[in-house]
Design a protein around this ligand. Structure first.
Ligand code: CMX
Length: 425
């Protein structure tokens, strides 16, 4: 058994005691009140979940286990996964042990390839990824141990086994989705000696060299988690709270990530940028960007990659990608367009009163990075996002099981209830 089980065991005892004491001491303190507008408005701003893997202050952006993303952009997915799970960056020995453990878990059951090959040729890559994960449900250690009797206090151990297996296998599955869906030739087998990033790039079969590997490392770090209330996180945790195992829950969460208002926005954003460039025959002028922004808004569409349910500043993940592009390919015409759009769009969106955040989110830049290195099939981009987000979603699930979190079941009210409430007032 790898060191992380031992380390987490110690941490979990402390976390459980801490939570128990907090509920005993301050269980009746109010975190949030819920207004009628919030109930009708997607529960925006309602504080009703505990999530310790990361937090997203509206004026700062992603903070992972207490450290701002900007200070973590040089880390590897293995280090970040360990951090999300335990709350600490691993020591050298812990990282070696953790990475070796992950490498041993890479092999994907061969029936997954049959499932993927049997899917319609024009399936969306996210539908392929989600189906592949669900098809492995019978492998769940949690499911099988639960069937034969497992103590509640030990749920997390089986859940951690599932989390490590899933995260170790996702790069191979995601790479296979790419190669099958876009006719890139045979599936490339994992290399037992490679780390997560290196092996994912190797299995995609894209020749981008050291620089592309570095971009993918950054990509896998930047998208790893975004607190507990976003669609994919809340969905994963809700399904998981019914003690449905991680294969069921992660697949469900990813179905949410596949929506255009969430993870699919990176695909939509690059599509919008390329359409704009095609319309104007290259990098558009400021006036042309203004024109296309208003054409898009007047057509009743959103500007993909802009706005956020929580953030009220430029997303630091967007900034991290902007820095990467400025360093490695400042003259790339698509990257230049991304920058020009960034100079214009926030000022235009500020003119629309209802839009609460006119600034870019991560999806406004991420696609253009992949495109530069030859990953041009933009319907695939959400899959790369999902590979990264599997770190946070599975870590959240392990922590929730460790904390003995109950089934999620908020109360709904009827329209009549709201009418009565308002008329009484
Ligand atoms: N372009 C046009 N209109 C926008 C907008 C944008 N980029 N962002 C918000 N709005 C609109 C909303 O559609 C909403 O309009 P209606 O009241 O007519 O429905 C209004 O402004 C108020 O929205 P908000 O409170 O500012 O934002 P929400 O919390 O409701 O929604 C989000 C957040 C991300 C869904 C929204 O900003 C959006 O659709 N952005 C474009 C899609 C996108 O980039 N999504 C990726 C988000 C990051 C991620 O999850 O990966």
């Amino acid at each position: 058994m790898s060191i992380i089980f031992e380390n987490l065991n110690k941490k979990i005892a402390i976390w459980r005691q801490e939570a128990k004491a907090l509920v005993e001491k301050g269980g009746n303190k109010v975190l949030s009140e819920v207004t009628v507008a919030q109930a009708y408005g997607g529960m925006r701003g309602v504080r009703s979940l505990i999530c310790d893997t990361s937090r997203v202050p509206q004026d700062e952006g992603l903070i992972i286990r207490g450290t701002h993303l900007i200070k973590l952009v040089d880390k590897t997915p293995e280090e970040i996964f360990y951090l999300l799970l335990t709350g600490d960056l691993p020591s050298k020995d812990e990282l070696k042990d953790f990475s070796e453990d992950m490498k041993k878990r890479k092999q994907v059951p061969s029936y997954v390839w049959d499932v993927l090959k049997a899917m319609p040729k024009d399936s969306h890559p996210m539908a392929m990824l989600d189906t592949a994960i669900l098809s492995m449900q019978k492998e769940s250690i949690f499911f099988n141990q639960y069937e034969s009797g497992l103590k509640k206090e030990d749920y997390w151990k089986a859940m951690l086994e599932d989390a490590l297996n899933i995260v170790a296998r996702i790069p191979a599955i995601a790479a296979a989705v790419y190669r099958l869906r876009f006719n890139k030739g045979n599936i490339i087998a994992p290399d037992p000696d490679m780390d997560i990033t290196g092996d994912y790039v190797h299995m995609l079969g894209i020749e981008g060299g050291e620089e592309f590997r570095d971009l993918m490392r950054l990509y896998l770090v930047a998208h790893c988690d975004h607190e507990g209330g976003n669609v994919s996180a809340l969905t994963t945790q809700t399904i998981n709270s019914a003690l449905s195992d991680l294969y069921y829950s992660l697949s469900g969460g990813f179905n949410g990530l596949a929506g255009p208002l969430h993870g699919l926005a990176n695909q939509e954003s690059l599509k919008w940028i390329l359409e704009t460039m095609e319309k104007y025959g290259g990098t558009p002028s400021k006036e042309q960007i203004k024109e296309i922004v208003w054409d898009t808004l007047n057509a009743g569409k959103v500007i993909p990659g802009y706005g956020h349910a929580v953030l009220r500043v430029t997303d630091p993940r967007f900034e991290a990608f902007l820095n990467f592009g400025s360093k490695h390919f400042p003259d790339d015409p698509i990257f230049k367009t991304v920058k020009s759009i960034f100079e214009i769009v926030p000022e235009e969106l500020k003119k629309v009163e209802k839009i609460k955040n006119p600034y870019p989110n991560v999806d406004a830049a991420s696609g253009s990075m992949l495109y530069h290195y030859g990953l041009k099939e933009f319907s695939y981009y959400t899959v790369v996002f999902a590979v990264s987000r599997s770190l946070g979603l599975t870590a959240q699930a392990v922590v929730n099981r460790a904390m003995l979190s109950p089934i999620i079941r908020p109360k709904s009210v009827t329209t009549q209830f709201v009418k009565d409430l308002i008329s009484k007032a």
